[in-house]
Design a binder for this molecule. Structure first.
Ligand SMILES: [Fe+2]
Ligand SMILES: [Fe+2]
Length: 276
């Protein structure tokens, strides 16, 4: 039976019997669609899903929020089994990308096996999205999210080349949103476009001021004081009923958001389910 809901299948936070990893994955049932939003970095999201009684092979859509390994690495485990799923992503997911921390360069783009499978996928099952796109009458993807705020950035030392010469703008970062009677539900992977930019853009598309739930990684672990303060102020103004902090939000930033925003803030973890 389909229950309109959002379930966290993979997150940095989990309690037994679920497993955690630095990765993110959501299962969404809404408007007659089954959607897998990101695949974590291993098959862990599938093992968590099985424990939750969720059959991810029934996905109508597999959305890749962006090309980082911790969102695309699990793809080879599900794609051969989810035979009717259409993969939806920005064409920029394929580019090589790196992080450089304390002089150490790490490849953090889509793993080769995920890339190979996507390249070999029947073209009818691969849909590229660069601008606002409807997946159903109530389910939408942003495509590229314009960067408007002056206090948000991609959130990390991200580059397109291993020498760090070319910063990665993460233009492929997509946001999913659901239109509901009680307001907008916004689902983010890593919020490399900036969670406030994402909210402003979705609000403009939806022509509605009312946010119901935000769920995602907000990538605030490297945020400076200005960004944290401005983000908190903007969230107060946007006034969603609930903001669920997952994945790459960062422990310190999450504690700060909880302190400042009180009951609006909730912690994400594998297995948490939000009814729509
Ligand atoms: Fe991530
Ligand atoms: Fe990311």
């Amino acid at each position: 039976m389909t229950t309109n809901s959002i379930t966290i299948l993979m997150d940095n936070r989990a309690e037994p019997p679920f497993q955690a990893e630095h990765g993110f994955s959501l299962w969404i049932e809404y408007d007659g669609c089954h959607i897998l939003f990101d695949t974590g970095q291993t098959n862990g999201f599938m093992e968590n899903a099985a424990r939750l009684g969720i059959d991810v092979t029934q996905a109508d859509y597999i959305i890749l929020s962006h090309g980082h390994y911790d969102h695309t690495g699990g793809l080879p485990h599900v794609l051969p089994l989810a035979k009717q799923a259409v993969v939806v992503c920005h064409p920029g997911v394929f580019v090589d990308r790196y992080s450089i921390r304390e002089g150490e360069t790490k490849y953090i783009g889509m793993p080769p096996e995920s890339r190979r499978m996507l390249r070999e996928l029947d073209e009818k099952r691969l849909r590229f999205v660069t601008m606002p796109t409807a997946l159903s009458a109530k389910i939408f993807l942003t495509g590229y999210v314009p960067r408007k705020t002056d206090y948000e950035d991609t959130g990390g030392p991200f580059y397109l080349t291993p020498d760090g010469a070319s910063p990665d703008p993460l233009d492929d970062d997509l946001t999913l949103w659901l239109s509901t009677d009680r307001g907008i539900i916004l689902l983010a992977g890593c919020s490399h476009a900036g969670i406030i930019n994402q909210c402003y853009f979705v609000r403009k598309q939806e022509k509605s001021e009312k946010f119901r739930i935000l769920v995602g990684g907000y990538h605030l672990m490297n945020a400076d004081e200005k960004r944290l303060n401005q983000t908190i102020n903007a969230l107060r103004e946007l006034a969603p009923e609930q903001v669920v902090a997952c994945h790459c939000t960062g422990e310190e930033a999450t504690t700060r958001l909880q302190h400042e925003l009180g009951a609006m803030m909730a912690l994400g973890a594998v297995g948490r389910r939000f009814l729509i």
